[in-house]
Design a protein around this ligand. Structure first.
Ligand code: FAD
Ligand code: DHB
Length: 421
């Protein structure tokens, strides 16, 4: 079989790329390891930046999002029992929207299913000849061996996929592990707050978010190696109450623990293989950037592939890594800044006082609040590929959690003198 772009992975990156390429008249085939029901029900992120919402509308998949998504004008930062409101809309003129990632996946799949072949339950996916102009993908589907010859391959198969592994000898990895994770729940309970609450607490961080007027989504900071069996529902509600104040309780129908990590692979291209989304980078969820970065990558990748395939022009394809990583590193910095400002870093009272000084600075300085707000809602999509200066890269750049979370005092490490993020 032949196609122009073979897309591996039917997550937000792969499906959005398929929509963009189809719109531009480029043929593609999507290969997904899991079945459709699994992919459409996998509970993950829920916060869409304005850029993401605008793109979904532009692609004709914004109708249910506009109907059911919850548009938010601001967030609360909470410490010592008090909420401080950050007026995102007032400061930036932009909004965020709460709409579950699995709903985005359903909308994209429904829109694509008649237009683009999506092979769910594709097994043993392997990439070949990626340095040639005709890279190939082999895989098993419906108990048969298949081969797909392409002009280019998009590796949109998440952090544990096969694509990045295929080029692991050609990339530099920047890796940073946190000694804590998030315990997340979905509960049948009316949210007790109008806006999201990011709570600093001596017992650890907590986040109050939601999915609808009847469904709450809540997160608690827990140790990275925590066993979910240690968290019966009563303990979860008691701890949420301690950290967030007033919380409406209800039936918990989903709970899980997510580890926290910062990771970037560079470059995001090798030969005719292009990585997008979590296959190339991971951020801690405190800045809510993971899904939004995945969508931004493919916004840049689609025109690069179209020009490569249609006109043989390689300049956009060659510039893909630099263009995508510009936003990725901004989001890495912001996510790290939010994480270190709000979580118990286990580093004692000096560290805590620095965190409180940061929160206080945001509460009293419009410049600080504005900087947080523009990072949180997401900077506008880049109009072109121009960078103010070239990027350089270092070889092997892993950091352990011990150093990752040590003092935040230096402004260049994201202190209050620097832009938040
Ligand atoms: P994915 O969504 O991971 O999609 C990759 C797809 O590729 C999957 O469908 C997978 O099944 C498929 N695949 C993998 N390997 C293969 C293979 N070999 N062959 C074929 N297909 C393959 N972000 C936030 O902003 N806030 C959150 O609260 C949040 N919570 C998260 C919770 C969890 C448990 C996880 C894992 C992530 C969370 N994220 C969160 C991050 C966010 O969900 C991701 O950034 C986003 O899903 C990235 O989209 P993607 O398309 O790049 O990758
Ligand atoms: C949600 C998740 C996040 O990581 C975040 O920062 C804000 C909201 C959510 O699931 O709604």
């Amino acid at each position: 079989m032949r196609t122009q772009v073979g897309i591996i992975g039917a997550g937000p990156a792969g499906l959005t790329l398929a929509m963009l390429l189809h719109r531009d008249g480029i043929d593609c085939v999507v290969l997904e390891a899991r079945d459709r029901t699994y992919v459409e029900n996998r509970v993950r992120a829920g916060l869409l930046e304005q850029n993401t919402v605008d793109l979904m509308r532009e692609l004709g998949v914004g109708e249910r999002l506009d109907r059911e998504g919850l548009e938010h004008d601001g967030i609360y930062l909470r410490a010592y029992g008090r909420n401080h409101y950050i007026d995102l809309a007032g400061l930036t003129g932009r909004h965020i929207t709460i709409y579950g990632q699995q709903e985005v996946i359903k909308d994209l799949t429904n829109a694509l299913i008649e237009k683009v072949p999506i092979h769910f339950e594709a097994a043993d996916v392997a990439l070949h000849d990626i340095k040639s102009d005709n890279p190939r993908i082999t895989y098993q589907h419906d108990s048969q061996a298949h081969e797909l010859t392409c002009d280019a391959i998009a590796g949109c198969d998440g952090f544990h996929g096969v694509s990045r592994r295929t080029i692991e000898n050609h990339i530099t990895e920047y890796d940073y592990t946190y000694p804590f994770g998030w315990l997340g729940i979905l509960a049948e309970a009316k949210p007790a707050t109008d806006e999201l609450i990011y709570a600093w607490n001596e017992r650890g961080f907590a986040l109050y978010t939601m999915r609808s007027q009847k469904i709450s989504r809540l997160y608690l900071q827990v140790p990275a190696d925590e066993d979910i069996a240690n968290w019966p529902d009563d303990r979860i509600w008691a701890e949420l109450g301690e950290r967030l104040g007033e919380v409406n309780e209800g039936n918990i129908y989903e709970k899980g623990i997510t580890p926290m990590r910062s990771y970037v692979a560079e470059p995001m291209q090798h030969g005719r293989l292009f990585l997008a989304g979590d296959s190339a980078h991971i951020v801690p969820p405190t800045g809510a950037k993971g899904l939004n970065l995945a969508v931004n990558d493919v916004r840049l990748l689609a025109p690069a592939l179209t020009e490569l395939i249609r006109g043989g022009r390689t300049d956009r394809a060659d510039g893909y890594t630099a263009a995508a990583l510009r936003r990725v590193w901004r989001a890495q910095d912001f996510s790290n800044y939010m994480t270190r400002m709000l979580h118990d870093l286990g580093a004692g009272p000096f560290q805590q006082q620095l965190q409180l000084a940061r929160l206080d600075y945001i509460a009293r300085s419009e410049a600080a609040a504005h900087s947080l707000a523009e990072n949180y809602v997401g900077l506008p999509a880049e109009p072109d590929f121009q960078l103010p200066w070239p990027r350089s890269r270092t070889r092997r750049a892993s950091t352990s959690s011990a150093t990752a979370c040590s003092p935040i005092s230096s402004p260049t490490a994201g202190g209050v003198g620097a832009t938040p993020g």
